[in-house]
Design a protein around this ligand. Sequence first.
Ligand code: ATP
Ligand code: MG
Length: 651
Amino acid sequence: MPPQPEDLLAGLDPEQREVATALRGPVAVIAGAGTGKTRAITHRIAYGVATGVYRPTSVLAVTFTTRAAGELRGRLQQLGAHGVQARTFHSAALRQLQYFWPRVQGTELPRVLDNRMSLVAEAAGRLRVRVDTPRLRDLVSEIGWAKVSNVSPETYPQLAAQHHREVSTIDAETVGRIFLGYEEAKRDRGRIDFEDILLCTAAMISDHPEVADQVRRTYRHLVVDEYQDVSPLQEALLTLWRGDSSEICVVGDPAQTIHSFAGAQPTFLTGFARRFPDATVVRLVRDYRSTPQVVGAANAVMSVAGASSLKLVAQRPDGPQVAFSEASDEASEAAGVADWVEAQHGAGVDYRDMAVLFRINAQSPPLEQALADRKIPYLVRSGERFYERPEVRQTLVTLRTQQRARAEQGDVDGASTLDQFKALLGALGWTERPPEGAGAVRERWESLAALLSVAEDLEAERKAAGTSLTLADVSAELDRRAEAQHVPAAQGVTVSTLHSAKGLEWEAVALLGVHEGSLPFVLATTPEEVAEERRLLYVGMTRAERVLRVSWSRTRNGGGNARKPSRFLDPVLPASMKTSSGGAASTARRGQGRGAVLSVHCRSCGRGLNDAAERKLGRHADCPATFDEATLELLREWRRQEAASASLPAY
Ligand code: ATP
Ligand code: MG
């Protein structure tokens, strides 16, 4: 039974209802976390479908992460809006490319490059620029930034100076030439990279009126969630998709801009009403997600000059106080979180309703170890495109060939279908018992276990219907899900970076590693970068519906430098836990008031710095970094993540 239109409006407050019934754009919703922005747009789409104003297939809803796109799809299904496309920017664009490229170019679409490291290294090598791995990663991430910011190799040196970009010790001219060499090497190999997915789609639409026409006739209604994180390139694509039509609805929260390193510009959101003077602009202030305790703490963290969050008014009843916990080292911090997970579980919270979030992936291994020690099920990596994972692809292909072979042999094997499937998964790395600890082996196992659970569910269904399961059924079901990008439901505690938790919510959330150097991250030095780190903490805190726990550790492993709780916690920490901050934290803070760059003296040799680039770097270009090896590894990890996010924000 499809829902009645009025039912779809019943669960909305007056402002949300205004959004849901404004079926003709332009519409913008600017509102804080948990105020029901995503709810308002999903209901708007469902309402448009239920009233017959929208044909489901003519709606395209886009967002930034695979997880968020999955969440949108799930909510739309529940509201009876079947057939609506809810995708990431990249997946929507890739689909259009796959369809139009062969028609327009007369050739197959070039393959998407998995990893651009080797091509960048090759380009640097040709120019005789020596690069070590960390620098190579810097280059890769810088090229990603340039591409999402619509910066070409030719204009790079000039724009890099304007944006105070700096790549290790390589000058901007050289970076521009390496960038150009990379583009050429890529073209020679017949490949495109992640940004090219958007760039080629944009070019195809602007160069071919018939393509533009068809795209615009297909998707008449555009809806964008998390619009505060849109990059200039994504904005350009939206404009091309839209054409003359102003049938566009965007929602976002400027206080949650956390992708500016990937070119995100919240001004697209805040300037929407200026670009569309006839837009319906709605603001929401009621927070439906979190308890007053969580909302109060999140508000307080953002209540500093210049942080400009929209004050939230909690609608939910009281819950427990936000808990803060300091541990002596990372292992005991992780153990504390794992104990907390167990305690929450004991108190009736399902593992699936819990998440542990942190700044960078390198913080996850001790936690995963602690969870594994207690046999707590958990999930990592759900931010990636599930069906693109090599082990998942391999399973699907093997399954197709194997089941065909079996059909030809008349399937004489006595083993049950599930056992046959387990044997197949076993060959690819699945075992009955999950492997101990973290890492690639564990991740692979998790993917395969998720596939097995699909087969198990299917078997249960078949049994209930009195029929039996065949490998062909499993193969068909998985192919169907891959086509619909239906990711198997999470079975355990979510373990994720703050970045990929955006837009999602859990009953109980633990934030791990909330100390100086991690939040703000050690490399975030300009006032803008520090402000973005604060927003990241805000995003993390506002993921919690009822229980929120924040922890940090005094040292990494018992020795070394002492750490302090994050300065962002100052407004919310109990007095007994506060330390007078100084040291590492103070450099950026000193700079903050002047709105200028941070340090004036070299962190390494202590003498004065020469220019803006060095001040941003915090040391003379030729002085060694003073970080210890552990911090350096964190830095590299951060860069890697930046590089990955810069090219993959949309998956
Ligand atoms: P974020 O900025 O984190 O993406 P959001 O503004 O998109 O948050 P939603 O995820 O849409 O917020 O809503 C937060 C929670 O509040 C959801 O569980 C949603 O179902 C619930 N909610 C939203 N509006 C209402 C309402 N009017 N009545 C009851 N619950 C609501
Ligand atoms: Mg949302």
